[in-house]
Design a protein around this ligand. Structure first.
Ligand code: GRF
Length: 194
């Protein structure tokens, strides 16, 4: 990997819609001396997203776009990304689907974390669907974002055992714990191969 430290760290934007535990984890990761990224911009479609508080506490600039008109919001975001010289986008619980055109503008530079072992359980409600189907394993995946939902090249995955006693809540908690380990690892892996 290129020695991405200090001023050479990749300028990264994290997109969120809700709690932001992955955002919090990535901000903490980015502060480590050997982290290859620097988070300089948070984008949210939801002005009430809890993750925005953490961005503020850490003095990371955040911007909100309502996506009532996706094209207008995306154009504004693209301007903001350009202004902030963003080189990598990490989606972390971002609940809006980005257009083909947006993805093309950042081809290979948008990554996402998904709470299942893709290609299984694309889309929403992954944990309840895995439990209903009596799966014995679930997990999480970090992948490149392509124009097909939850379908781009997989960077890393982590399996999580589903016990008979697990319910939606306990599984979500176990998977989230692994997400927080996986996302930084996947970023390091991706940037090693750039
Ligand atoms: C995570 O489970 C992530 O995999 C999914 O949305 C959830 C976001 O959680 N895409 P948080 O907002 O980072 O806590």
């Amino acid at each position: 990997m290129k020695n991405l430290t200090g001023p050479d760290k990749l300028r990264t934007s994290v997109f969120i819609s809700g709690t932001g535990s992955n955002l919090k984890n990535l901000i903490n990761f980015s502060k480590k001396i050997n982290s290859p990224i620097k988070i300089t911009l948070v984008i949210s479609n939801n002005k009430c997203a809890k993750g925005l508080d953490f961005a503020k506490k850490n003095r990371v600039k955040s911007k909100i776009y309502n996506f009532k008109n996706r094209k207008i919001s995306e154009n504004k975001i693209l301007n903001e990304l350009k202004k902030n010289k963003i080189q990598l986008i990490c989606l972390a619980g971002f609940m809006k689907i980005l257009s083909k055109n947006f993805i093309k503008r950042f081809k290979g530079k948008i990554i996402n974390i998904h709470p299942s072992l893709l290609p299984k359980y694309k889309g929403l409600n992954t944990h309840s669907r895995a439990i209903t189907n009596k799966e014995t394993f679930s997990g999480c995946t970090v992948h490149i974002v392509s124009s097909k939902l939850d379908s781009g090249r997989i960077i890393l995955q982590k399996k999580v055992k589903i016990n008979k006693s697990d319910n939606y809540k306990t599984l979500k908690k176990k998977v989230l714990k692994q997400e927080h380990i996986l996302y930084p690892k996947a970023i390091k892996k991706l940037l090693t191969n750039l």
